[in-house]
Design a protein around this ligand. Structure first.
Ligand code: SF4
Ligand code: SF4
Length: 286
């Protein structure tokens, strides 16, 4: 089978302090780090054991920042060099060093890089983007569309090379958050902003999660996606494949890129192509 796995282990810490985030500046004990390392190693060994059986893409969506940890850098090196891995992507704030990417198969590596204007200067973030570009790493750049950051988003857009896709995550916790002119402004920056600013009706509709896409936690509990908490199986059992079958979405709506991209009716696989997981549009090749 050709499968996409979203991995989210127990790691829950970050070197940044975004005020809207529960993982801000949270530090973990040595024991918690050891637990996370053991879970990651177990997952990596499972992925390696699938060679000759399945073709896989792996997307790390950590609770916090993983790439400041050497074990996650090594994990990406290890996975991108496996012949049965098609893509290995990760969400990151891009604060980490990037020299380790030289040991990856960069044709398979994708970074979902989020700019946090309250935590890092635009210049420093752009320097990190430039280093990624120079090293031949494929990445998307994105930012949360907070009203107080609109000027900064505009400035970032101007400063980025035109072939770097800048996505804007819509702030949807407040109803009708944006004025018409703000909607126009953000749509001019990210043509797909209206798509993200929508809670897509999904109840009882077909979704590829749970069939060809699934999430797994550090204990191997499989779920169809990050937004439906009901387990569907256990990765570390002999019959894990039996958990995968077509099932309609049980949620009213789906409002996050990592979820709604798998709704066939939105037809977004051809839009993003090989950059689907790291949210990179095909024109944005490095
Ligand atoms: S960079 Fe991401 S994980 Fe870290 S505090 Fe900010 S939002 Fe949270
Ligand atoms: S539509 Fe969204 S919430 Fe529903 S199953 Fe798919 S990814 Fe999950």
């Amino acid at each position: 089978m050709n499968l996409t796995i979203l991995y989210r282990g127990p790691l829950s810490s970050c070197n940044y302090a975004c005020d809207y985030c529960p993982f801000a500046k949270h530090t973990e004990t040595d024991a918690e780090h050891a637990t996370d390392a053991a879970a990651l190693e177990r997952f990596l060994q499972w992925v390696e054991a699938q060679q000759g059986k399945h073709t896989l893409s792996v997307f790390f969506t950590p609770w916090g920042e993983a790439l400041v940890r050497r074990r996650y850098q090594k994990a990406l090196i290890r996975l991108t060099n496996l012949p049965h891995l098609q893509k290995v992507a990760i969400q990151t704030n891009l604060s980490c060093r990037l020299d380790w990417t030289d040991d990856c198969d960069k044709t398979k590596l994708g970074l979902w890089a989020t700019y946090h204007p309250a935590e890092v200067s635009r210049l420093d973030f752009l320097t990190r983007c430039n280093e990624a570009r120079t090293r031949g790493v494929r990445f998307s750049v994105g930012v949360v569309g907070m009203k107080e950051h609109l000027d900064e988003i505009g400035a970032l857009c101007k400063a980025l090379p035109t072939d770097t896709y800048l996505w804007v995550n819509a702030y949807k916790r407040v109803e009708d958050y944006y004025s018409p002119s703000e909607l126009d402004f953000l749509t001019a920056i990210d043509a797909l902003f209206p798509l993200n600013n929508t809670r897509h009706p999904s109840l009882a509709r077909a979704c590829l999660t749970g069939e060809t896409v699934f999430s797994v936690d550090g204990e191997g509990v499989m779920r169809r996606c990050h937004f439906v908490k009901t387990p569907i199986g256990s990765l570390y059992t002999d019959n894990w494949e039996s958990a995968l079958l077509p099932r309609p979405c049980p949620n009213e709506t789906c409002g996050c890129h990592i979820g709604y991209i798998h709704l066939p009716e939105l037809n977004l696989y051809p839009v993003f192509g090989s950059g689907l997981l790291e949210r990179r549009l095909p024109m944005a090749q490095v």
